[in-house]
Design a protein around this ligand. Sequence first.
Ligand code: SF4
Ligand code: SF4
Length: 184
Amino acid sequence: MKALTNKVKPVNRAPMSFMEKLYLPAIVHGMAITFSHIFKKKPTINYPEKKRPFSPVFRGLQILNRDEEGRENCTACGLCAVACPAEAITMEAAERESGEEHLYKEEKYAAKYEINMLRCIFCGLCEEACPKDAIYLSETFTPADYQRKQFIYNKQDLLIPHPKENPEAYQEALGNRANKTMVN
Ligand code: SF4
Ligand code: SF4
């Protein structure tokens, strides 16, 4: 049969010689390759004790952002859901009540906000579409889990820690974004 590419290598079906039947030269050759790697610099790292630096364009788990007062930025406009090519985002809007001004920045807010992480392709289009700086992709991996339903992240999973109540966790969640915000 004619090959589609020139990558096919013909198999050598000649009978094995006496030395080949001993397998010793092949074993010695294999061990020599193994030992030659012992003194080379390891390409692997001891994760999670050590972590590689992220690329500046790395896109990880989504974060729902708050302003400096701790109010939720999201106004449930739905632009992120429309922009999402994987249809991973769903939300329900609600009107802000009197006395809730310290919780929500705008008059409308997302009472429910969910992202299906099994659908998400971490393209970042939700972040680009958002007019309120309410969602961004962080430098955090989405943790592994055993159950599919655990990958439906709700608002509490996604909300950034409160900047006044938990400033350290807030700064950590901001990551490199904190430096960018300071530069801007
Ligand atoms: S990163 Fe892309 S796929 Fe994931 S939720 Fe945002 S828009 Fe959808
Ligand atoms: S995250 Fe941004 S784009 Fe999405 S609903 Fe909230 S305000 Fe609108």
